[in-house]
Design a protein. Structure first.
Length: 231
């Protein structure tokens, strides 16, 4: 009993997982259940989408998103309570905004390929997503928004910031997040509009979550900016 109390006391920030799995996820599941291909929703499809070819190779970074999510959440949970709270606030506020948007503005896409140009294990993965994931509730892209959150949260973690591998981690996480965002349009899970919206949302929420870091960036920009000469 003593060990249990000690565990609860040490990891009381686990309540964020409860909010996520019993608040955010049920909301998402309800939208997936009630806003389907047969529903009345706005189709998001722009000309740029038609210029982007389908390629199943991007199924790999798309799937890596799930491992990225688990790693980020678990790592921050055990390494830094403060950074975990910021991560939790960032991802859940953002996802709540995405879900609210889909609730009041039902949306979807019609970009999925009718037949695959090749047959291999990667097209099998894409086909699995096509059959299990509805083409609705896509704006903004939660897949893309969360990828931004993962990279930002990890690179703002104090332990990583002090690590001798911080530059490698920065390059790796940013590259992975970019590949994941690209994957959503190359396997035709999202329109570029969904991706743009996710990026904008990530930028808007960043200074609200990382206020101190944002002030430092602004001050550094002001300091580095050339001053106007006074005649």
């Amino acid at each position: 009993m003593g060990n249990f109390k000690s565990f609860v006391s040490k990891y009381k920030h686990a309540w964020l997982f409860v909010v996520f799995f019993f608040g955010i996820m049920p909301w998402f599941d309800l939208l997936e259940k009630y806003i389907t291909e047969d529903s009345d929703y706005t189709v998001l499809h722009v000309k740029l989408d038609d210029k982007i070819p389908f390629h199943e190779i991007f199924a790999i970074p798309y799937v890596l998103w799930y491992f990225y999510f688990v790693f980020t959440a678990v790592y921050l949970f055990f390494v830094s309570v403060k950074d975990f709270y910021k991560f939790g606030a960032y991802i859940m506020i953002g996802m709540a905004i995405c879900l609210f948007t889909c609730t009041v503005f039902p949306n979807g896409q019609d970009l999925r390929v009718k037949s695959f140009p090749r047959q291999n294990f990667m097209t099998d993965i894409v086909n699995k997503f096509y059959t299990t994931d509805t083409p609705t509730n896509v704006f903004p892209s939660m897949h893309c928004f969360n990828s931004i959150v993962f990279a930002v949260s990890l690179n703002h973690c104090e332990k990583i910031a002090k690590s001798k591998f911080k530059w490698f981690i920065l390059i790796f996480t940013v590259t992975l997040s970019i590949l994941i965002m690209l994957s959503t349009v190359f396997i035709k899970q999202h329109s570029v509009v969904d991706v743009y919206a996710a990026i904008v949302l990530g930028i808007i929420l960043y200074p609200l979550i990382y206020t101190e870091e944002s002030k430092k960036l602004i001050n550094k920009y002001k300091k580095d900016s050339p001053k106007e000469k006074v005649n």
